[in-house]
Design a protein around this ligand. Sequence first.
Ligand code: ASP
Length: 464
Amino acid sequence: MTTRTLIENLKDSIGETVTIAGWVDIRRDHGKLIFIDMRDATGKVQAVALPNHIEAHEAANMLRPEWVVEIEGKVNARPEKMVKKDELNGMLEIEIVSVKVLNKSETPPIDVRGDGRDIGEEVRLKYRYLDLRRPRLQQNLRLRHKIVLFIRNFLSNNGFIEIETPLLSKSTPEGSRDFLVPSRLEQGKFYALPQSPQQYKQLLMVAGFERYFQFARCMRDEDTRGDRQPEFTQLDMELSFVDREDVMALNEQLLIELVQKTAPHKKIQQIPFPRMTYAEAMKNYGNDKPDIRTDKNDPDLLAFCWVIDFPFFEKADKGGWTFTHNPFSAAKEEHREWLMNKEHIEEILTTQYDVALNGFEIGGGSIRNHDPKALSCVFEIMGHKEEDIKANFGHMLDAFSYGAPPHGGIAWGLDRLMAILQNEPNIREVIAFAKTGEGKDLMMAAPSDVSPEQLVELGIHIVK
Ligand code: ASP
């Protein structure tokens, strides 16, 4: 392609003839003058076709919104009284010399220039590649990139390394329902997609990495409930030789700096973040992710708080006990003996800490049980039989018998944090290719049927 000038850089080319390339944002026909607003990934600019450039004028007349074109033109400064101060290229205009159509566009099924809030979400998700052209979503994903980059740098500067963990893993009774992937090579057996990298990150601590993080995709096959996605992104981290205070302090610092550097117009209500116990949160707010904002009308107020001292166990629906957060958590120091003796079960508190923001849980973690005996006790309290514990978690118990350091970590719900920072009502607005509440990808039409041959290969027979 001819040397292309990015639209955001046009101000450096006043008086020159340049070539820009992008999409026709809008065409306004004033008879003699045809205005073409051009858009590329870096911004917008107004171009004008004058009748004296006959060929260019005719070509501009043919253009329609969303066509992809290359425009050669002269960058003219606008006369003083025509300058639009608040716009990126408000001080200039392009006088079109020639137009080259790179690709035409059908009339788009949805308007891509407005904020899209008045368009039905199904059609937005079906034509997501068009929906993503709108400035609001472009901005959401660009801020997301900025934040991810900030976190990567912050953690790298603090001695963390980023490690990927597998997507094809083992099904374990760990909380939610697993997404299963049938094995072709071992028919009748299944992988599970990870609900979180919890076990792998702990095993990385056993392996001696000491400080790990990852932007991890987590898959949970849950029923439609509120603003959930079957797959979502966590900022996941784990640290060795730390206690609860260390993990909380580091994460608090990261959250504060992240807001200050990437969303400076936001105001954090209180630093250090206030803390309350689970019992206090339930008593004073009736939930464990309290909205402590002093002014709920202020869209730029961020009220972070920590909730600690959760009960380790709760009564399970089917009777017996289940964990409230994470079976791998350690009990609080003063309750470790109760855990080992399997007594006062209801009163055992965990080292779990959750961070809430404006009424949403945006992260949670704990110090872990690195003692294999204590971990076994957790599963025994929940009524797991010895052979089941071995089959499901034997690899963890084995690993912990080879010199596991004390460790702990946390995971943030990155999508939720992004939605709050962008004042978006749901996480679909900050995920590039989101699914519907029913877990459908309307653009790809997934889930979908597969061929009978594929099923045969997997040894699967569908019962209708
Ligand atoms: N793996 C946990 C979760 O997904 C977070 C953690 O404890 O680090 O909720």
